[in-house]
Design a protein around this ligand. Structure first.
Ligand SMILES: CC(=O)SCCNC(=O)CCNC(=O)[C@H](O)C(C)(C)COP(=O)(O)OP(=O)(O)OC[C@H]1O[C@@H](n2cnc3c(N)ncnc32)[C@H](O)[C@@H]1OP(=O)(O)O
Ligand SMILES: O=CC(=O)O
Ligand SMILES: [Mg+2]
Length: 525
């Protein structure tokens, strides 16, 4: 049978069996579950399909523009500030004032409300995520871990939820709107907003919200679409314009030249920008994948002290504070530089993060008015693009391969966030491993840090893959190795590292492996 893209049958004479009550033009091809049906209500799906129909052409256009920019970078052009929007960068304007509910954001725990880097977007994960979010906003979420006989419930004082929908590029293959897969982020946003806006504003946002993180944008035209989506949502809900607030992750290289423009588009809905450093490194490689003079050293050497990273975070702080909103970022170095808060991926990190921010900021909730970083105004395109310094080693190649394969194996089996070798791996960090291997192979780079003059080529990589698979098997044990999807992961990762053209996203290809469509039966007609 021809399964077409994402494995669903082409629209011939098939009758979909689904117990979901759907509006006109919408098909739900994910597994039916009574819990999910409380999320996938006809009205909520109608809201999602309205968003899809109104914005699909804007989204298609924005993704086409990404391709066009890529073509230019591949021909040698560099990303830079857009002369056409100088008036926005130089103009005096500020964003709407920060809602009191989120004025202090010194430490944000990541994971629980993430549909993005930390999540494998299977139907089960996404829908369970929506069910959990609804219960969390209602304050009723509980979990009984039977194996450990432990019951989890919310404390009296709870963190404010920021939900991170997927990036613009990811489809949701289990929901078809007018015969096409829905845009993943509109499903994530639409279902969550529809069910929770009212409770959220009452219990968490002090009249504002819901709050969002927006990932992986490359241009302000993409922020403009989000702004319009927010306005439409506010209108549908009958709430004041500017109620919804979002922090945009600056995590692509082109977006660093668009920070003012992105804030400007979202000025009624913004609560700042965040340095998404891992995707940013990935994006550096991707943007310059046709530039052999811009090869990265080992992944572990690309930290915040690299000039291009330091410049990016300083310009982000300056931009945010000039426009009256938060600059979210990293730790000690960054709090001193002017960041207003950080992410912690594990609760064990919270006390030290909190201590560092409290010690450096005193009782102030943030540094928006006190750390203007006007000095960062002098940062140039050259600063933001400076080639990272360091060396490449065999261990770097091995680690990328070992981590990349294990991450993809975990992702294929439902986990998007995996602690490996004392680091928290997610889709963004796995992307660095993938594109770095691709780049080194493509340009047959010399591993100059080992002093052996070894060049990376397909033969060497093939051996590395074999040896690292053996090592993974030893580390995780034969049983887990057999049951896990390590061989599929190895196939996906290796294909992407060696393909003649660089795949846009690791997860786009891997998504085909996790789409599980609802059974179909042949129509009697
Ligand atoms: C580039 C980026 O996008 S960065 C952000 C993306 N990455 C993330 O968000 C990662 C988030 N982190 C996680 O999901 C988890 O920490 C994991 C899955 C990696 C590890 O989880 P576990 O295996 O449960 O870790 P561990 O056993 O050390 O956890 C200790 C306790 O902290 C809890 N915990 C761990 N991480 C988190 C978290 N992020 N949020 C809330 N609670 C957490 C665990 O539930 C556990 O609680 P318990 O002892 O009461 O049962
Ligand atoms: O989303 C965060 C990142 O670093 O990427
Ligand atoms: Mg990211």
């Amino acid at each position: 049978m021809d399964l077409g893209t994402y494995g669903y049958p082409p629209p011939t004479a098939k009758k979909i069996i689904s117990n979901y009550d759907v509006p006109e033009g919408v098909e739900v091809r994910g597994r039916y579950d009574a819990e999910f049906s409380k999320i996938l209500t006809k009205d909520a799906l109608k809201f999602v399909s309205d968003l899809q129909r109104e914005f699909r052409n804007h989204i298609k256009y924005a993704l086409e523009c990404r391709k066009e920019a890529k073509r230019r970078y591949n021909e040698g052009a560099l990303p830079g500030f857009d002369p056409a929007t100088r008036y926005i960068r130089e103009g005096e304007w500020i964003c709407a004032s920060v809602p009191p509910a989120v004025s202090d954001r010194k430490v944000e725990i990541t994971g629980p409300a993430d549909f993005e880097d930390a999540l494998s977007p299977s139907w089960e994960n996404l829908m369970r995520g929506q069910v959990n979010l609804k219960d969390a906003v209602a304050g009723t979420i509980t979990f009984h871990d039977k194996a450990r006989n432990k019951v989890y419930k919310l404390n009296d004082e709870i963190a404010k939820l920021f939900v991170r929908p997927r990036g613009w590029h990811l489809p949701e293959a289990h929901i078809l709107i007018d015969g096409e897969p829905a845009t993943g982020c509109l499903v994530d946003f639409g279902l969550y907003f529809y069910h929770n806006h009212s409770t959220f504003r009452r219990t968490q946002g002090a009249g504002f919200g819901p709050f969002f993180y927006l990932p992986k944008m490359e241009h302000s035209r993409e922020a403009k679409i989000w702004n319009k989506v927010f306005e439409k949502a506010e209108k549908m809900a009958g709430i004041e314009r500017g109620s919804i607030r979002a922090t945009v992750l600056i995590e692509t290289l082109p977006a660093v030249f668009q920070m003012d423009e992105i804030l400007y588009e979202l000025r009624d809905h913004s609560v700042g920008l965040n340095c998404g450093r891992w995707d940013y490194i990935f994006s550096y490689v991707k943007t310059f994948h046709a530039h052999p003079d811009r090869l990265l050293p080992d992944r572990v050497q690309v930290g915040m002290t690299q000039h291009f990273m330091k410049s990016y975070s300083e310009l982000l702080i300056r931009t945010c504070h000039r426009r009256g909103v938060h600059a979210m970022g990293g730790m000690l170095r960054e709090v001193k530089a002017g960041h207003d808060g950080t992410w912690a991926a594990h609760p064990g990190l919270i006390p030290s993060c909190m201590e560092i921010f409290n010690n450096n900021m005193g009782n102030a909730p943030n540094q928006i008015t006190t750390m203007k970083r006007e000095d960062a105004a002098k940062l140039t395109e050259e600063d933001l693009l400076q080639i990272p310094r360091g060396v490449r080693t065999m261990e770097g190649l091995r680690l990328n391969t070992r981590v990349g394969i294990q991450y993809v194996a975990a992702w294929l089996t439902g986990s998007g966030s995996v602690p490996l070798y004392n680091l928290m791996e997610d889709a963004a960090t796995a992307e660095i491993s993938r594109v770095q291997n691709w780049q080194w192979l493509k340009y047959e780079v010399e591993l100059d840090g080992d002093g052996l003059g070894v060049k990376v080529n397909k033969e060497l990589f093939g051996r590395v893959v074999e040896e690292e698979m053996d090592r993974i098997e030893k580390e995780v044990g034969k049983d887990k190795f057999k049951k896990g999807m390590y061989k599929d992961a190895c196939k996906i990762f290796t294909r992407q590292c060696t393909s003649p053209t660089l795949d846009e996203f690791l997860t786009l290809d891997a998504y085909n492996y996790i789409v599980l469509l609802h059974p179909v039966e042949t129509s009697k007609l």
